[in-house]
Every structure is written in structure tokens, then in C-alpha cells.
Design a protein around this ligand. Structure first.
Ligand SMILES: [Mg+2]
Length: 311
């Protein structure tokens, strides 16, 4: 059997998008049938399950996956692809149908938000080699690693994700604003490509490949997912009122012109701090500093609506 003939494994998270994954599964499976996509469906049963499933199935010979879920599900499939040891990650084809509540990653790579549009992309779309970041961080007494394809956020960004994940419901934008009351920014040392670029109070920072996180916030307006560099946006010390007043400018990227914002690019990122500064990737809360982020250039083969742009 060639790779072209191999059926797809569909990994669906029934809890994604406030349980939309489960509620809409028959509709999505019906559309896959309509477009004559041959597949075997598997439903995930909890956090981390998609990582293990993807890893195990690749080690058994599977090479084609369709993820159905939100950014968290996408992140788990990516981690399964990078944790397996059978083949190079770029030998695995990853397609995605978004049903999450944020769906931030698909905005950059041109996968439509509607099910039929996403499925048409799988049927006709071209392969794209996407950059992936590997974050190494501290958790309890040990070092841990996590891969990400969209955006990692530290400081306020990670604080908001922790609070959103704890609540499981509620309005995201309201949580972004209400979290301000409890948040205390810390001093961060940011080292890009082995050069210290700042050592001061940082309100928040985003590092990544895609342009959007936080349910449509354009935190990295100039990021390209296949140029081999991380884009960074740093929010320097600012007042809470400045954050409240400018929240709307996050959605069109115009906030980057504000005086307390700086933008950077790097191949390698290191973040240090005296007190613990936390990190999240693709909406999953992880551990804390010291944090290292390394670039795995064009290492993930995805099927999407944009063409590879070799630079
Ligand atoms: Mg990039």
C-alpha cells in the first residue's frame, strides 16, 4: 500500500469547542464520506490522549492524520508526531478540521472555519512545511519539553490561560480583563540568539509561528509559519489602564505601534527570571522559567490553504 492509498486516521476531541466536537461528529463524518475520504475515526478520552494515540499509531505504520478539535487538539497531534521515533516528523501528513472555541492556528494557515471548506482543503489542498518550536521548561524539580506550532505566551498570557482553563467557561475577553486585577508583572531576562535584549519588568510576551492567539488576537502580525524564525511581541511595563484601553487594538494588530510594545525575531529564545514566570503553548499551560525555545524549521507537513514560501 502506498502512502496515497493509506486511509486517514481521524482523531476527534468530543469536548472541543464546548462539546461541539461530539455534537457535530456525525455531520463531519458525513462530509468526509461525501468527499470520498477514506478514514478510521477515533475519539479522544481526555487530556494527552491524542498525543499517545498519534505517537503509537505512527510507530505502527500510520502516516496520515486528520485532527478534529481546537488548538489544544492540534497541539497534541503535533506533540505525538514529534515524540515518535519511527520516521522523520515531516513524513507524516497532518490535516485539520477546526471545531474549537478559539481556532487561532487555522487562521494563519488558511484552513476554513466551516467543516465543508476544511474538508475540501484536505481533498485538494497542497502540502505545506510548517515550522515547529520546542519549549523546554521547568516543572517541579525536572525539565520538560513541549512542541508547538502556533504561539507560546509567557507572563500575563500564561496567567490568563491558567485562569481560562480553570474556569472552562465564560467570556474569554472578560477573563483577559478581569485577570488584570490579580496579576503582578515580574522582571524577565530575554535572551535572543545568545544576546540579552532586555532585563526588566515585562507585562507579557508572545513567541511563535502563527499570527493569532487568544481567540482572534493578532499578537504576532508579521509572523510567517515557514520562515525559520520566531516572531516575538513584548509588552513592556505598562499600566493596567493602558491594557484596558488598548485591548481592541489586539484584534487588528495595530497595538504593535503602542510605545510599550516591541517586536523581535530570533532563531533561539531563552527566558530567565528570579521568580517563576510561566509559559503556555497553543493554549496549554506548562511550567515556568528557565525556558528555552528552539526552532525546528519546516519540520511539520500540514495540508492547508496556503502554499509553501521558501525563503
Ligand atoms: Mg516564523
Amino acid at each position: 500500500m502506498t502512502l496515497v492509498d493509506q486511509e486517514w486516521i481521524v482523531i476527534l476531541n468530543p469536548l472541543a469547542g464546548k462539546k461541539k466536537g461530539g455534537k457535530h461528529k456525525e455531520r463531519i463524518f458525513g462530509l468526509l464520506d461525501k468527499y470520498k475520504i477514506s478514514y478510521k475515526p477515533i475519539l479522544t478520552e481526555g487530556v494527552g490522549h491524542a498525543i499517545q494515540l498519534t505517537k503509537d499509531l505512527i510507530e505502527k505504520g500510520q502516516r496520515k492524520f486528520i485532527g478534529i478539535g481546537g488548538d489544544g487538539t492540534m497541539n497534541e497531534l503535533v506533540n505525538g508526531i514529534f515524540l515518535q521515533t519511527a520516521v522523520k516528523p515531516s513524513e507524516i501528513a497532518l490535516a485539520f478540521i477546526p471545531v474549537g472555541s478559539g481556532n487561532d492556528w487555522v487562521r494563519t494557515v488558511g484552513i476554513p472555519h466551516d467543516y465543508e471548506g476544511a474538508i475540501k482543503t484536505i481533498k485538494t489542498g497542497s502540502f505545506f512545511l510548517h515550522d515547529v518550536g520546542k519549549v523546554t521548561y521547568q516543572e517541579n524539580e525536572g525539565r520538560k519539553a513541549r512542541y508547538f506550532a502556533n504561539i507560546a505566551g509567557i507572563a500575563y498570557d500564561a496567567f490568563v490561560v491558567q485562569r481560562v482553563n480553570k474556569k472552562k467557561s465564560g467570556n474569554y475577553k472578560m477573563t483577559v480583563l478581569s485577570s488584570l486585577l490579580k496579576y503582578k508583572p515580574q522582571v524577565v531576562r530575554l535572551i535572543l540568539d545568545d544576546k540579552e535584549v532586555l532585563n526588566e519588568i515585562v507585562f507579557s510576551a508572545a513567541i511563535g509561528h502563527g499570527k493569532f492567539n487568544g481567540k482572534g488576537m493578532m499578537q504576532l502580525p508579521e509572523a510567517m509559519p515557514d520562515d525559520g524564525v520566531f516572531d516575538l511581541t513584548v509588552y513592556h511595563e505598562c499600566t493596567k489602564m493602558q491594557v484596558v484601553k488598548n485591548t481592541n487594538k489586539l484584534y487588528d494588530g495595530s497595538f504593535v505601534k503602542l510605545p510599550f510594545i516591541s517586536q523581535h525575531t530570533a532563531h533561539k529564545v531563552r527566558i530567565e527570571s528570579d521568580s517563576q514566570v510561566y509559559i503556555e503553548t497553543d493554549g496549554e499551560e506548562l511550567g515556568h522559567t528557565p525556558i528555552e525555545i528552539e526552532m525546528l524549521t519546516r519540520s511539520l507537513k500540514i495540508i492547508c490553504g496556503i502554499k509553501s514560501r521558501m525563503v
